[in-house]
Design a protein around this ligand. Structure first.
Ligand code: NOJ
Ligand code: MG
Length: 578
């Protein structure tokens, strides 16, 4: 049975808030990882949140056998790969992002044999399997941590430890660093009589990559999964890998208007984006390349400045996640905001064989249907499809799943729990993590259990995959996504030029062109009312074009001809013409 209560916020008690070598300046990046057309080019990659995808054993939590049973869904969609949020041994304080053994599968998800079976079955279907690599921290229940507390060598230096600062005889954290989950990033350990650093929850102590022994162990763990069939990694929280070796206070942002425990009060010059991080990444790039066989993908999660994100390309990340649609733009953004962001990204990609990527959604942010509104649920996928490079979708995007408000007494996300009942709504990630809606049976076909680890969105009765697959639903989100994913293989989408055009103040256009081919055109109406526009001459596109796909709520059938000189765009509609 589901021991749900242990996850509820009430079970989390908020507690108050290493020795390291000096940080060396980074060497110049070696030759960027070459290779011409890797398997992930011109494709979509699908993120699975394993707890919420498919439960095979009725415990209310998704698992590997569940994923295996649904692999044909990815074949239907024709994505090139799926990436899995962590499936490793974990006390699940951060639902798998707190790892207690980097080379073991958590029993809630299954066994190592299940993993082998998963990769075998995926590979048989031409699908790649990408794992989540969480190097910044482990769980405090990792055996390394207990040994570190006891100062057993070499584990004593596996974490970031520091003496207390004594002021007027009382103990204080060593400096002012704040955790992403609020409050001091330092936690006192009575046994070792030192503080340890945690950039996330206190049960997620930061690992110290200035320890050569730790680096070695982590390299072995990376290879462990590659040798068992993993086709690459998504690297978690990469910006947090190193901290200032002198442990200096971070500058306080004056008048931030934020509560004192909020990390938004500090300029994170000593805890994020340190130069050594890039060198570490490059060492992993080389390690994975040294294995041979097909090229392994590295995707990196860095919520940071555009220049810092771009740097990851040169140090071995194939997909430095582009989060502009997830965090940068929202339902108040206008066409010009989209144009500026998209052009800015495309113009910033370093010269060479690097590809763009467009993240539609993930497990840490409100769903796209929630962020942009249900009428615009397909808009981001439309952009991700027509823009050059890779699209990344999150389970549920392909059926337009919506975020579910979860009341405080059912909240389980640690970030929300630490924020407390008055502030949790702004940060909670539970709404986007509800179980996948397969059909209209019990628990949306996710589980045979009527109680699931997060509640199923009651809208599953009508909003579910089975319903959207029916031929009677030809313009469902599902059918739209199939067309969008297929578009990546279109020659013009693969190698055409790209122009992002402000057609009018409220209409964004994207044109992809290739000589001697009909262009591909995306038009988005940013108004919640219909607009009539002459796009033909302004965009330099044929007057007679055919609808390849249109957003679900637009009411535009696929395959009809439109006159681009007198185009009627319904409210909030997105349409791709060919
Ligand atoms: C980013 C992950 O996506 C998020 O879910 C997690 O809480 C933090 N990293 C800490 O690992
Ligand atoms: Mg299960």
């Amino acid at each position: 049975m589901l021991s749900k209560s242990i996850f509820l916020c009430l079970a989390i008690s908020i507690l108050d808030g290493a020795s390291a070598a000096p940080s060396a300046p980074p060497g110049p990046p070696s030759k960027p990882s070459e290779i011409a057309r890797e398997w992930w080019r011109d494709s979509f990659i699908y993120q699975i949140y394993p707890r919420s995808f498919k439960d095979s054993d009725g415990d209310g939590v998704g698992d590997l056998k569940g994923i295996i049973s649904k692999l044909d869904h990815f074949v239907d969609l024709n994505v090139s790969a799926f990436w899995l949020s962590p499936i490793f041994k974990s006390p699940m304080v951060d639902f798998g992002y707190d790892i207690a053994n980097f080379t073991e599968i958590d029993p809630i998800f299954g066994t190592i044999d299940d993993f082998t079976k998963l990769t075998e079955e995926a590979h048989k279907r031409g699908l790649k399997v990408i794992l989540d690599w969480v190097p910044n921290h482990s769980s405090d229940e990792h055996p390394w941590f207990a040994k570190s507390v006891k100062r057993i060598k070499p584990y004593d230096e596996y974490y970031v430890w520091k003496d207390a600062k004594i002021i007027n005889g009382t103990r204080h954290p060593p400096n002012n660093w704040l955790s992403i989950f609020l409050g001091s990033a330092w936690e006192w350990n009575e046994e070792r009589k030192q503080y340890y650093l945690h950039q996330f929850a206190p049960k997620q102590p930061d690992l110290n990559f200035r320890s050569p022994a730790l680096r070695k162990e982590m390299e072995e763990a990376l290879l462990f999964w590659v040798n068992r069939g993993a086709d690459g990694y998504r690297i978690d929280s990469i910006i947090f890998m190193y901290e200032d070796a002198q442990f200096r206070d971070e500058p306080v942002i004056p008048n931030s208007g934020k509560p004192a425990d909020d990390p938004g009060n500090l300029r994170h010059i000593y805890t994020q984006d340190l130069n050594e991080t890039y060198d570490l990444l490059l060492s992993w790039r080389k390690l994975l390349d040294s294995v041979g066989g097909e090229k392994r993908i590295i995707m990196s999660e860095a919520y940071t400045s555009l220049p810092n994100i771009m740097k990851y390309y040169k140090y071995g990340s194939n997909v430095p996640f582009n989060f502009m649609f997830v965090t940068g733009l929202n339902n108040r953004s206008r066409a010009i905001d989209f144009k500026r962001s998209i052009d800015g990204w495309l113009n910033s990609i370093p010269k060479g064989d690097y590809i763009a990527n467009w993240v539609v959604d993930n497990h840490d942010n409100p769903r796209t249907a929630t962020r942009f509104g249900t009428a615009r649920a397909d808009q981001t996928s439309m952009l991700a499809a027509i823009l050059p490079g890779l699209g990344v979708i999150f389970n549920g995007d392909e059926i337009g799943m919506e975020g579910l408000d979860i009341p405080w007494d059912q909240t389980v996300d640690p970030q929300a729990c630490y924020a407390g009942p008055d502030r949790y709504k702004a940060v909670t990630r539970d709404p986007e993590r509800t179980p996948y809606q397969w059909d209209n049976t019990l628990s949306a076909g996710f589980s045979t259990n009527k109680t699931t680890w997060l509640p199923v969105n009651p809208n599953y009765k009508t909003l579910n995959l089975a319903e959207q697959k029916r031929v009677q639903s030809p313009t469902s989100h599902y059918h739209i996504h199939k067309k969008l994913i297929a578009l990546k293989q279109h020659p013009v989408a693969k190698s055409g030029s790209t122009e992002v055009i402000l057609v009018t103040e409220n209409i964004l256009g994207v044109v992809r062109r290739l000589p001697n081919a009909s262009p591909l055109v995306l038009l988005i109406n940013f108004l919640d009312q219909p607009i009539k526009v002459d796009a033909s001459a302004w965009m330099n596109i044929p007057q007679d074009m055919t609808v390849y796909v249109a957003s679900n709520s637009s009411g535009i059938p696929f395959g009809v001809h439109l006159d681009t000189a007198a185009l009627n765009l319904p409210a909030s509609a997105s349409v791709i013409l060919t």
